[in-house]
Write a protein that binds this ligand. Structure first.
Ligand SMILES: Cc1ncc(COP(=O)(O)O)c(C=O)c1O
Length: 390
């Protein structure tokens, strides 16, 4: 097949390869049906069970389920009282939700450039961005690779800042032997279908601080001082109180039931992803124009996304390569967006220059990777990329 493709003469075979496929089977189907039949579909016992599983898996004392990582990040800023007049340091090289939650909190996002190798926020550049108004740093464990948390926490401590880790992509990732979710004061995960495990949509905040966990639980449920599970299981009538103004960020028991089944197989999912990622690594190692992801020593990547850099020397640009691959039935996405280039942020902050972020967003690309991907599907992706780029 490679010979055919390289010769380019004969008609090329097409395949239909998506970027990602959720890893569901009969277990998730049954779990959903059981919840529907139980009659309790909103936040209830399944959410509590899912929270216990995630907390125990990541090594945190508490986990608080919410509707998404976006609402989780917003709630984390909210419980810390971050608001008007405050500044929060974020990488621009992230899904726009990271910056948006700062704006929703009425604070100002301060964009900091990334490290050219890891694509995560560059700790060396954080200090310069700190002002008397800075209250927090949101490092992003981008596409599942942890940020340099030791350095970031050291800076945060020196300047009395809060670290809220955006680990939307990073469940199962490890930093220097510790699972992500157990390191920062609050860590926020996403269960969107492009993530390692999914509940359709959904998010989780983990923390070791009981007071924070209790307040997060209160605020996600309209500020109601007693949970529905407690109220409904009480033998006595409970008249609930609302000591704070909260939100409806409740995950449903339908989602949590799926999450429980996903958590049971998370290690198998991670092993499969790692195997496929290693095959990509090997295939691109000798390529001049495709640079595989860099993983520093002591970091364990959950391989949520496999992002390559297309070198300028490649005979085809990143965008044309993506189009040619799509013509062959292979879905890809640009690496990660640069939030500071989007219209609302240009309007809000003016034209900022973040050269490494801009370079990375222009030249990186996400390749298909999902546990049920077959070897022949992956070979088709590899051969076509190599053929088109050299
Ligand atoms: C780094 C990052 N932060 C936040 C989010 C938002 O996650 P959610 O869709 O669960 O709100 C995403 C989603 O892609 C993300 O990649």
């Amino acid at each position: 097949m490679l010979k055919n493709l390289l010769n380019g003469g004969r008609k090329q075979r097409k395949m239909k390869i998506p970027l990602i496929k959720p890893n569901f089977d009969k277990k998730e189907e049954k779990a959903v049906i059981d919840v529907l039949r139980s009659g309790w579909v909103t936040q209830g016992p399944k959410v509590e069970e899912f929270e216990r599983m995630v907390a125990s898996y990541v090594g945190a004392r508490y986990a608080v389920a919410v509707t998404s990582a976006t609402t989780g990040l917003f709630l984390a800023l909210h419980v810390k009282g971050i608001g008007a007049g405050d500044e929060v340091i974020v990488p621009s090289f992230s899904f726009i939700a990271t910056a948006n939650v700062v704006v929703h909190s009425q604070a100002k996002p301060i964009f900091v450039d990334i490290d050219p190798n890891t694509f995560n926020i560059d700790p060396e550049k954080i200090e310069k961005a700190i002002s008397s108004r800075t209250k927090a740093i949101i490092p992003v464990d981008q596409v599942g690779l942890p940020s340099d948390l030791d350095k970031i926490h050291k800076i945060a401590k020196a300047h009395n800042l809060i670290v809220i880790e955006d680990a939307a992509c990073a469940i199962g990732t490890k930093y220097k032997g510790r699972k992500i979710g157990s390191i920062s004061e609050m860590t926020v995960f996403s269960f969107h279908p492009r993530k390692t495990i999914t509940t359709g949509d959904g998010g989780m905040i983990t923390t070791n601080d009981k007071k924070l966990a209790d307040r997060l639980k209160l605020l996600r449920n309209q500020g109601m001082g007693v949970s529905d599970v407690k109220r409904h299981s009480s033998k006595k009538v409970v008249q609930e109180q609302y000591p704070e103004i909260g939100f409806n960020f409740r995950m449903t028991d339908i989602q949590a039931a799926i999450g429980i089944e996903q958590m049971k197989k998370i290690d198998r999912i991670l092993t499969k992803r790692e195997k496929l990622a290693k095959r990509y690594d090997k295939a691109f190692l000798s390529s001049k124009n495709i640079i595989p992801p860099y993983i520093p020593k002591g970091y364990e990547h959950n391989r949520q996304s496999y992002v390559v850099r297309v070198k300028k020397e490649s005979k085809i640009s990143r965008d044309n390569l993506m189009q040619k691959l799509l013509d062959l039935g292979i879905a890809t996405r640009r690496g990660v967006m640069a939030s500071h280039l989007e219209k609302p942020y240009v309007k809000m902050l003016g034209k900022i220059k973040l050269p490494i972020t801009e370079e990375a967003t222009a030249n990186t690309m996400v390749l298909p990777l999902f546990p049920k991907m077959t070897i022949s599907e992956q070979d088709f992706v590899i051969k076509n990329i190599l053929n088109l780029t050299q």
